[in-house]
Ligand binder design. Structure first.
Ligand SMILES: [Zn+2]
Length: 336
């Protein structure tokens, strides 16, 4: 009898301990899953949840001096008829694969009516935020190729791009033509590496190993260098020619005419251009109406910048963003 009572007591204690452990592990898992309550299609929800989680990590880890008030809005989709993201693809950039049929015809991964939205030359005030708003309104994602110099001018805008869950690669330091007669192998390497380092400095985290040549001018030495650095090279399937469009309507017409003919493709646009942000709400609505689906491209691993370029950049530009000191140690209220 006493043995039986002891056995019962021991079982009770074990049960309480198990319940306690279960409660502890279960409650610690509840927090990260919270964003899953957003109203969205399953694929979009998955992307939004991952992006939100990543954005949180990036912001708290990389820029601790930033106040929580400047945190990006959560990736919730309030538009039930949004274009969304139909598919997310992960790219293994080993060896430097090329994308975009204008130059590279090996990796034909898009199916009929699939598009990839790409934006070059930012970040830029007004125009980049206009593009971000249009994409957010349709709960869809793009791939951005910022210019290194622009990233140092407007790091806060580039951080908004990343925080919204878009993919960020690089587009050289100063938009130099890497295939011009004057370009040396060393200068081309510097343009590429300094561009990536500048994007990393602005973001506070490493960009994707995705690169687009300015003016789509593919210099052979630069191509070899990118291959050795395991960076995917992006041309395009379809040029919007937004940089020379007289108005937003012209951009919409150019893209839709080409798309309806080609059926799919990586679309080249510029978040640097005013008309692009203005055209995007209509363009995205036309894509949706035409049955087109957006594919987001992500990299399997981040770009590894070279320390010499990171260090040289910080020394060169001496930007506030390069400072590792918290705001409180720089700015002190002495009178109120
Ligand atoms: Zn460009």
């Amino acid at each position: 009898m006493r043995n039986a009572l002891g056995l019962m007591l021991a079982s009770l204690v074990t049960a309480v301990v198990i319940a306690g452990v279960w409660f502890f592990t279960a409650s610690s898992r509840v927090e990260p899953a919270a964003p899953a309550t957003v109203v969205a299609a399953p694929s979009e929800r998955l992307v939004a949840t991952a992006a939100a989680a990543r954005a949180d990590v990036e912001f708290t880890a990389a820029i601790p001096e930033k106040a929580p008030a400047s945190s990006p809005p959560k990736n919730t989709c309030a538009n039930p008829n949004a274009l969304g993201v139909a598919r997310v693809v992960e790219i293994d950039t080993t060896g430097g694969p090329g994308f975009g049929f204008e130059h590279f015809k090996q990796l034909d991964f898009l199916t009929d009516h699939e598009v990839v939205l790409t934006f070059d030359d930012g970040p830029w005030p007004v125009n980049t935020p206009a593009v971000l708003k249009a994409l957010a309104d349709e709960c869809t994602k793009g791939l951005f190729f910022p210019i290194g110099k622009h990233a140092t001018y407007h790091p806060e805008i580039l951080r908004q791009v990343a925080a919204a869950g878009h993919t960020v690669g690089a587009h050289t330091w100063s938009h130099a033509n890497l295939n011009s007669k004057k370009m040396t192998d060393q200068l081309a390497k510097d343009e590429i590496e300094k561009g990536f380092s500048a994007v990393k400095l602005a973001l506070g985290t490493a960009p994707s190993p995705f690169f687009r040549f300015p003016e789509l001018q593919h210099g052979p030495a630069a191509m070899a260098w990118l291959g050795s650095r395991n960076v995917a090279i992006f041309s395009c399937d379809l040029d919007s020619f937004d940089f020379r469009a007289k108005n937003p309507e012209q951009i919409v017409n150019t893209v839709m005419t080409k798309l309806d003919k080609q059926g799919k493709g990586i679309i080249l646009m510029h978040d640097f251009q005013k008309h692009t942000g203005e055209a995007l709400p209509t363009l995205l609505a036309r894509l949706k109406a035409g049955g087109y689906k957006v594919v987001q491209m992500k990299a399997k691993s981040s770009f590894q910048t070279l320390a010499e370029y990171d260090d040289a950049l910080i020394k060169d530009i001496k930007l506030p963003v390069a400072s590792t000191r918290p705001v409180g140690s720089v700015v002190q209220t002495v009178s109120e």
